[in-house]
Design a protein around this ligand. Sequence first.
Ligand code: ZN
Length: 385
Amino acid sequence: MALLWAMCRKKNEGGVKMVKVFIAPRRYVQGVGVIKDIGKYVAPLGKRVIVAWGPVVSEQFSAVVKKSFEENDIQLIPFNFSGECDRGQIGLGVEKAKAEKAEVVVGLGGGKAIDLAKAVAMEIDAKLVTAPTIASNDAPTSAATVYYTEEGNFDGWGIWPRNPDLVLVDTQVIVNAPVRWLISGIGDGLATWFEAEAAYKGRRAALAGGVATQAALTLARLCYDTLMDFGIDAVRDCAEHVVTPAVDRVIEANTLLSGLGFESAGVASAHAIGNGLTEFEECKPYSHGEKVAFGVATQLCLDGDIDPDERLAVFDFMVDLCLPVTLEDLGLGGMSPESLKDFAEALCVPEQITHNHVFTVTPFDMYSALVAADRLGRSRKALTA
Ligand SMILES: [Zn+2]
């Protein structure tokens, strides 16, 4: 993790011109029912294919995957992992993939199945396919794996030298999942533009290893505009389990635009706060995107360049979607000022991505922003109560 943050913080120092870097998956496929054709899309990559899935996803999708693989002469090698992306499970996957001489690794499920598949594919130098069943995060397109312990606690990151060969997103599958996951993905995706803009202003390197291209910045902005324009409709339609044009656009924003944006344009305070909140036991029930949402709220109160009307519009949008905009929304309503100051302090240690902003962020600035976000969140929620 330290390596990752250090890389993120690399900037244009000593007059050396930093290079721009843009990375992406080789192919992105999104549509209703594409999971039924998974064999057709995977076949050009190899014929011995290990599929990593957790218990629930395996039960739900094994018949459809098996059928499609048979139709395309693909040997299915199922790998039923525990549901946790820990180093032990990754080791078991690598062992099985090697023993079976797998040419392709597919991660089918949520972020953990996908991150585990990335690690297995890179360890055995196989082709990589990610097939998300929820749109709650931007893992599917990226070259990063987040590790957890067996108990599910955050255990660091790894960045791989290449992105997936194929990302397969079945929009019907996504809307069949609980709507909370789409909302979480919106929370995560909302951070993309504000963090990209912040990192670019400071000429900070993104995870991709260089400063942002115009392409990455444009995609990050499109992610934000899409979510603000279509997010409310998409959530309403997703709750009815239907794929409308709004749903289709928001799934693309949560998965492709947010993924390309965060990886190739940069991250800043919103994700520092979202990741930092994982340390609190009270926040365990909340998803990554829900925690990042409060990170967005705080970053909007930290950055003096944000237009006040835009700040209010984003707060109101998050209130409409029931995304967390107060500490109480994350189970931290009783947090003392001292604890909040300690949290602000931890967010400002030198290796933190908080310092990707063009301005200096002190613990006092961060504490003030956390308090201001909480206060503004409470007042905007009161207006709609
Ligand atoms: Zn994220």
